[in-house]
Ligand binder design. Structure first.
Ligand SMILES: NC(=O)c1ccc[n+]([C@@H]2O[C@H](COP(=O)([O-])OP(=O)(O)OC[C@H]3O[C@@H](n4cnc5c(N)ncnc54)[C@H](OP(=O)(O)O)[C@@H]3O)[C@@H](O)[C@H]2O)c1
Length: 220
């Protein structure tokens, strides 16, 4: 089954954190990103057919996921939310600016599904309990999403990497340390635990971009 080329792109601190504290929007730490880094990020958005963030990122950050720092077409926003539980006034449900797909599991209440459709979102069902990415990705490919950018958060990143669905990782390193045991880092989940099991990537490119270092990795 064909699936989209999957590219994780994320801003991380020196200590690999995605945000300042658990439950806190990453919009705060992203204020550290300079114009050059924002252009790098938005150029990738413009080159992708789809952009995915997890339901928790929508609940916490309320992102728009549109192209702003460069000229280009907004990608289709794809939000895995097993029961469709995202606020109905979320920015991603402003479907006048870009199309939105909400990926749900078969557990989604029918009434919720209707409300999401009323907001102009397309709903795709994949998985019984939670959204099943192995089932979802070929469906997205069929819908024309050949290149999919994933902007987190850590739970969605884990699920995709665990299932061997990630082709590339690009990181924008912010030169700060945040610390904190429970602050989400790039990938969460149960972890691979052994050297044999870790998912390996090889370095593709490393360069400085304004006040950030960018590292790009591809599947080994
Ligand atoms: N620095 C950055 O680049 C960046 C980018 C994005 C986010 N963030 C930060 O990351 C944090 C949120 O990350 P997070 O890890 O808590 O959440 P997340 O990965 O954004 O979203 C996880 C949610 O997605 C839904 N989901 C549906 N199917 C899933 C599956 N099979 N596997 C995993 N999730 C599935 C679940 O919600 P349901 O139970 O409703 O289905 C789950 O709780 C926020 O603080 C945000 O600010 C930072």
């Amino acid at each position: 089954m064909k699936r989209p080329y999957v590219l994780i792109v994320s801003e991380v601190t020196i200590d690999g954190k995605l945000t300042l504290a658990k439950g806190v929007s990453s919009k705060e730490i992203m204020k550290l990103m300079d114009e050059e880094a924002n252009r790098y990020l938005h150029q990738i958005r413009a080159e992708c057919d789809g952009i995915m963030v997890g339901a928790n990122t929508v609940r916490i950050d309320n992102p728009n996921l549109t192209v702003r720092y460069v000229k280009g077409k907004n990608p289709t926003r794809i939000i895995p939310a097993s029961t469709g539980d995202i606020p109905l006034d979320a920015n991603v449900l402003n479907t006048d600016v870009a199309p939105t797909v909400i990926a749900v599991s078969r557990k989604v209440p029918a009434e919720r599904l209707e409300k999401l459709k009323e907001r102009g979102a397309q709903v795709v069902v994949a998985g019984d309990e939670r959204v099943d990415f192995v089932e979802l990705l070929p469906k997205l490919y069929e819908m024309g999403i050949k290149k999919l950018m994933v902007e987190g958060g850590s739970k969605v990143n884990w699920e995709l990497i665990k299932n061997d669905l990630v082709d590339e990782i690009r990181l924008i390193h912010l030169p700060v340390v945040v610390g904190g045991d429970d602050v989400p880092s790039l990938v969460s989940g149960e972890g691979f635990k052994t050297l044999e099991a870790v998912k390996r990537f090889k370095i593709k490119r490393v360069f400085q971009c304004g006040n950030q270092v960018i590292t790009e990795y591809e599947k080994s």
